[in-house]
Design a binder for this molecule. Structure first.
Ligand SMILES: [Zn+2]
Length: 63
């Protein structure tokens, strides 16, 4: 079972729920905020995060 975590965007304040999977492959990858394009999180092997779902919209105006 994947676990779900909530990840806030530090840039615009939007909050996403993402699914965390264990990954055998050592993939380097990242997720971007769909609201402002800021990098939400990045990782390098062991896990992967998929399917970001917006649960709370942006609270800060982009600069
Ligand atoms: Zn953002």
């Amino acid at each position: 079972m994947p676990s779900e975590i909530e990840v806030p965007c530090k840039h615009c304040g939007a909050v996403f729920r993402v699914r965390k999977f264990k990954s055998i492959a050592r993939d380097k990858d990242s997720l971007s905020c769909t609201e402002c394009g800021n990098e939400l999180m990045s990782w390098n092997g062991g896990v992967m995060y998929l399917e970001p779902k917006l649960i709370s919209g942006a609270t800060k105006k982009p600069q």
